[in-house]
Design a binder for this molecule. Structure first.
Ligand code: NAP
Length: 256
């Protein structure tokens, strides 16, 4: 049985990825900080194919604890899904050093260290998937430290693809657009946030956790076996078009 580590599995996209991979027959070691929500994941999932560990990924010993938990339970690791993240960044000029360090710690340093430390356990046919963001693909209003971390993670993905591809180890990024999870749910009440997302997305709905989980699972499947060093953007066309909805086109122009 193949084994995946999924970080940020206590919520949102990571929770959905863990469930999808288990449904596809892969055993999952899911991580998060909230032990109660991780127990909720375990309760909803085939007990033979799920294990969890509550750990803050910014701690120095986190990668070892996570990898050891997978090896102790199943003796192997085939996939690493670096998904854990934090949202609601501020623009560059409002970002203090503590915030910068925290965003980089969670979304660049932790995935870097996990990937580095899991590498010796990966074999040909293994894969790493880094969950980045459309904010690593196009400019993002208020992106700040978030954009910086996700951009770094994108570059790390192509490095891993290049460096370890010859060993049959692939690495790709999945870049979600706005996806309804606890990270962004509260922001959907803000009409400005809805405007720059729903009114600018040609496909007529917001992203769902399943959209991202299915893409991650595809990259871990035999069907994705020749995809290496790519970013797959899953955003309904938001980042690749200059779409404006009829509503936005007809909206009354308000001079500033
Ligand atoms: P979410 O529901 O808020 O989940 C975030 C996950 O990351 C939680 O499981 C959380 O665990 C974990 N996490 C955060 N800080 C951590 C830390 N220090 N140590 C360990 N785990 C930590 O967010 P989501 O929307 O599913 O986001 C998942 C990924 O998708 C993120 O990388 C995010 O940047 C990316 N993304 C999301 C969207 C979107 O619209 N939702 C768009 C683009 C990209 P605990 O809560 O247990 O601490």
């Amino acid at each position: 049985m193949r084994v995946a580590i999924v970080t940020g599995a206590s919520s949102g996209i990571g929770f959905g990825c863990a469930k999808k991979l288990v449904d596809d027959g892969i055993a999952v070691l899911g991580t998060g900080r909230d032990a109660e929500r991780l127990a909720g994941l375990a309760a909803e999932t085939d007990p033979d194919r799920i294990a969890t560990v509550a750990v803050d990924l910014t701690e120095d010993d986190a990668p070892q604890r996570v990898i050891d938990a997978a090896l102790d339970r199943w003796g192997r690791v085939d996939f690493l899904i670096n998904n854990a993240g934090v949202g609601s960044p501020q623009p560059l000029h409002e970002t203090d050093d503590d915030t910068l360090d925290h965003f980089l710690d969670v979304m660049l340093r932790a995935p870097f260290r996990l990937a580095r430390d899991v590498l010796p356990h990966l074999r040909a046919g293994s894969a790493i998937v880094n969950v980045t963001s459309t904010f690593a693909v196009v400019g993002g209003l208020r992106g700040g430290a978030y954009s910086a971390a996700k951009g770094g993670l994108t570059a790390l993905s192509t490095h891993i693809a290049c460096q370890y591809g010859a060993q049959g180890i692939r690495c790709n990024a999945v870049a979600p657009g706005v996806t309804v999870t606890p990270m962004v749910e509260h922001r959907l009440d803000d009409p400005r946030f809805r405007k720059i997302n729903t009114e600018m997305t040609p496909y007529p709905r917001l992203g769902r956790v399943e959209d991202i989980a299915n893409t991650v699972a595809f990259l871990c499947s035999d069907a994705g076996a020749f995809i290496n060093g790519q970013t797959i953007v899953v955003d309904g066309g938001w980042s690749s078009t200059k779409y404006l909805s009829d509503f936005a086109l007809d909206a009354e122009w308000v001079p500033r």
